[in-house]
Design a protein around this ligand. Structure first.
Ligand code: AMP
Length: 396
């Protein structure tokens, strides 16, 4: 795997795909700078070698049309402050404006190109557009994990114009290594904690990781499909009746592969999907009609705690309850605390995919786990066992 450390950028122009798709407030101030900070080490390495950096990214969903509200010019000052260099801006990512700005760029300088998605060719993966982008750089660096699952012009197609001169940036390399550590080289016992709303959205992940884990903890809304399939009463809990056979099949496959599956034994049930609903702890397979399980119960958490604290490698995807409502967030917070404790004891813990990162940030676990993935969809696809096109294009 070629990373940026395999290159010296002295006198070179590095074309870097970053993920600067950051949130902006009504006055176009950046409200969360973490994606910019995450790209900083890669940019600094290029500059410190004596090269120049040409940054390209998308922002929002302009759908192929110029939209001043989604101009990357809004973030230019913030990027300058974070990397400590006054960043130049080109009002288009291709064409004369961009070409001239690139031609004038000197060693040690940084140029930010306008939003790639102002051109429909970006998301279409258009080859001529990718070639026009490729002209800007001597070496291509992909450091945007969040878009690595898309075969867009700047994330994938562009790489073909850099044979022998393309590599992963530090951030993308870290993501790849973290996933490898869980899926391939993780120290045993390996435990996956899968929560979230539906079995149907996690099925491919479950099937893929059954070959890689020792323990599978199932929580959240998925629980009830498994419980009902085994003959339990789940009341009004979220349940996919058409996935019950699949749930039983997963349990069978797990048994055949020697994977221990841990399902909640008790839950916090509510008489409405509402933070202020009446609640009671009930056994998971005896939920009365009119009640729905919205969080893990105390016995369940004790069981999960033991499994997590005995694990050496932990993957967490998906909350074990409706964490958006305060009264049903305790289970998810507890899981975060157990992972924190296991990590302190030396386990490697990776959190990522879909909404997991939101939960982790909301409860302040970001610095307590070993690695928080920066890519929602890209992480889910990696866990499903797919090779992401943006990664394959560099390895090619
Ligand atoms: P996902 O994107 O599949 O990881 O699902 C995350 C969502 O699952 C969150 O919005 C949670 O509120 C929801 N969720 C977790 N547990 C439950 C539950 N018991 N009932 C309904 N929704 C749940």
């Amino acid at each position: 795997m070629k990373t940026i450390d395999d290159y010296n950028f002295d006198g070179k122009k590095a074309l870097i795909r970053v993920d600067f798709n950051v949130p902006l407030d009504g006055d176009f101030n950046v409200t969360d700078t973490s994606r910019i900070e995450a790209a900083k080490p890669t940019i600094l390495k290029v500059l410190e070698d004596g090269g120049s950096a040409i940054l390209m990214s998308h922002l929002g969903r302009p759908k192929g049309k110029v939209n001043p509200d989604m101009s990357l010019s809004h973030i230019c000052e913030t990027v300058s402050e974070i990397i400590g260099v006054q960043v130049k801006f080109a009002g288009n990512c291709v064409g004369k404006v961009a070409d001239d700005a690139v031609a004038e760029l000197k060693s040690g300088e940084v140029l930010l190109l306008e939003n790639l998605r102002f051109h429909a060719e970006e998301e279409a993966g258009d080859t001529s557009f990718a070639e026009a982008l490729a002209k800007h750089g001597d070496i291509y660096i992909n450091d945007a994990f969040g878009t690595a699952h898309r075969a867009h012009a700047s994330t994938t197609i562009v790489a073909q114009f850099f044979p022998g001169n393309k590599c992963f940036g530090y951030l993308l390399a870290k993501e790849i290594k973290a996933i490898e550590k869980v899926m391939q080289t993780g120290e045993k016992p390996v435990t996956a904690i899968l929560g979230g709303a539906k079995v149907s959205s996690k099925i491919t992940i479950i099937e893929n990781i059954l070959d890689k884990v020792d323990n599978l903890i199932i929580g959240g809304g998925m629980t009830y499909t498994f419980v009902k399939a085994k003959g339990g009463s789940v009341g009004d809990s979220i349940c996919e009746d058409d996935k019950m056979d699949l749930a039983l099949d997963i349990l069978k496959q797990a048994e055949a592969k020697g994977v221990k599956v841990h399902i909640p034994v008790d839950v916090l049930a509510a008489d409405a999907f509402d933070n202020n609903a009446n609640t009671q702890f009930v056994e998971v397979d005896k939920i009365p009609d009119g009640w729905q399980g919205l969080d893990a119960g105390p016995k369940t958490l004790e069981n999960f705690k033991e499994v997590i604290l005995n694990s050496k490698t932990i993957l967490w995807n998906g909350p074990v309850g409706v964490f958006e409502m305060e009264n049903f967030a305790q289970g998810t917070i507890a899981i975060g605390n157990y992972i924190d404790e296991a990590t302190q004891k030396g386990a490697f813990s990776l959190v990522g995919g879909g909404d997991s990162v939101a939960a982790v940030k909301q409860f302040g676990f970001e610095d307590k786990v070993s690695y928080v993935s920066t890519g929602g969809g890209a992480m889910l696809e990696s866990l499903e066992g797919r090779t992401l096109p943006g990664i394959a294009a560099i390895l090619d």
